[in-house]
Design a protein around this ligand. Structure first.
Ligand code: GLN
Length: 505
């Protein structure tokens, strides 16, 4: 019974709760027990360490409340009672928000993020806050100030990042759903490395209010789940116009509604034109990743899609452009952590010294590196050569996508050039770490939606992901194509393979 609750999809659990076959409390208790049995505190070799904080009491109270309202016949949402793991950069009243950093030590936000509010309104039950690369800067979760998260498929490997805690929680059956954030790939890449579905919504469809900012023009929250339907259901809960976020898309103003992610989910790919991006495969991609990619293309063709080769000529400049734009915005956003307004303060004789000591001790090495890169790229005399140039490249990449979508319905590429790599493999070489984002940053710079869906495993049984990118507000197409591959491959979404974790008993 318990094992069954842990491996079930969110949609299945919701259906069983609606039919009163199982209570929200039972579902939540099973997942809290699973967390207690597998998560540890990060010091043991078998600790998944997906969570930085578990809010067991609040979760149980919320579950009881859902059960009570169910008994009284109240109408509940499609995911009511389903447990979820929330990345620790969303504010949640009464619980600390760390962003994986020491700089926010002791800060308990007095308000809820819009994402947290929307989850609450949908009666999705937050189990706790998940580990992440500090300020979402990284691709392995090793930049967390609180120790790394381990990949449930192989505990000696990284889960990807920066939403590695969220991904590992879902892969380890600690929660059927998680929310992550994606600035340059931080939902899609961990989804690929943990055998999950992960969606980066169209920029502006999920509110950033209450999300600790990294690079505001790129940051977007989205779902992680074991099935495409679950991810689409969760993204539907998250999306919505919010006047408290100035970049939130107002449907009335743009004259185009937000996509309905469920209406066409099972329509298949027959009759669709799928573009294979020339620049996003080849050099630097592992052979097993390329083989899985080719296999998925053949399957799409067999399912009735037309496959065409498409060039995004400026996509090869995506990485350098991203690694100037994102740190520039970060250097400005992170100026607010000054020892006065939030969290940590390291006392010193003068205000300047206090400020320097606080930031020197509060931020880890990767965050300090990004602040220096960004400050340099924005400084007078270098602005035109770096930030302005990167912004121009960004516009060209967005134009490449726009012209591609004149002729194709979606674009596809591998999500990540590699499978999950061993812990410690890339920590000494920031550039090697950055190269992991080569396939995910173009869609981020263009603001277009993208979904990563499981696309088989390599010779060692490690998961591989396929990325499906769509036009602005075309998130429904990404999910539809992802669902077609999921149905065709029919993989087991539960991480049982060679990973060292005992399967739920
Ligand atoms: N890995 C990328 C970076 O380090 C992307 C991070 C993200 O999407 N938050 O910036």
């Amino acid at each position: 019974m318990t094992a069954d609750l842990l491996t079930a999809s969110a949609a299945d659990l919701a259906g069983r709760m609606a039919a009163r076959e199982v209570s929200a409390r039972e579902v939540v208790d099973a997942h809290l027990d699973r967390i207690a049995a597998t998560d540890g505190d990060g010091t043991g070799d078998a600790d998944v360490h997906a969570f930085l904080a578990v809010v067991a009491d609040t979760a149980r109270r919320h579950a009881d409340d859902v059960d009570q309202r169910r008994v009284t016949g109240r109408d509940l949402g499609p995911l009511a009672g389903v447990p979820l793991a929330l990345k620790d950069l969303f504010t949640m009243r009464g619980a600390p928000t760390t962003v994986g950093s020491r700089i926010l030590d002791g800060w308990v936000p007095p308000y809820d993020a819009t994402v947290t509010e929307r989850l609450r309104a949908a009666d999705v039950i937050v189990l706790g806050k998940t580990n992440m690369d500090e300020f979402a800067m990284g691709s392995s979760t090793e930049n967390s100030a609180f120790g790394p998260t381990r990949n449930p498929w192989d505990l000696g490997r990284v889960p990807g990042g920066s939403s590695g805690g969220s991904a590992a929680a879902v892969a380890a059956c600690q929660a059927p759903l998680a929310v992550g954030t994606d600035t340059g790939g931080s939902i899609r890449q961990p989804a690929a490395l943990c055998g999950l579905v992960g969606g980066k919504p169209t920029y502006g469809t999920v509110s950033r209010y209450g999300m600790v900012a990294f690079a505001s023009s790129l940051d977007q929250a989205g779902p992680l789940a074991r099935t495409v339907t679950d991810a689409a259901l969760l993204q539907s809960v998250l999306m919505g116009h919010d006047p408290r976020d100035s970049t939130s898309i107002d449907e009335a103003a743009v004259g185009q509604p937000y996509p309905d992610l469920l209406a066409t989910l099972d329509d298949g790919v027959d009759g669709l034109t799928i573009g294979v991006v020339t620049e996003l495969r080849g050099e630097g991609y592992e052979p097993a990743v390329l083989a899985a990619f080719e296999n998925s293309i053949q399957r799409f063709e067999a399912l009735g899609a037309t496959i065409v080769e498409v060039s995004l000529p400026h996509a090869s400049y995506g990485l350098p452009a991203y690694y100037l734009v994102a740190p520039s915005e970060a250097s400005s956003n992170l100026a607010r952590f000054d020892g006065v307004r939030y969290g940590l303060r390291v006392d010193a004789p003068t205000a300047e010294e206090m400020n320097a000591a606080t930031r020197g001790q509060g931020f880890g090495p990767e965050v300090r590196r990004r602040i220096m890169i960004g400050t340099h790229a924005l400084s007078s005399g270098y602005y035109d050569a770096f930030y302005a140039q990167a912004s121009k490249v960004r516009r060209l990449i967005a134009q490449d996508f726009a012209s591609a979508f004149d002729t194709v319905d979606v674009l596809v590429s591998p999500t990540s050039p590699t499978v999950a790599f061993p812990l410690g493999d890339k920590t000494a070489d920031p550039l090697a770490m950055y190269l992991n984002d080569v396939a995910t940053v173009p869609a981020s710079l263009a603001g277009v939606p993208a979904v990563s869906v499981p696309n088989g495993v390599d010779g060692a049984g490690l998961p591989i992901g396929l990325q499906v990118m769509g036009p602005l507000l075309g998130d429904d197409r990404c999910y539809r194509v992802a669902r077609a591959l999921e149905a065709d491959l029919d993989l087991d979404p539960i991480a049982r393979g060679p990973h060292a974790l005992a399967a739920p008993a």
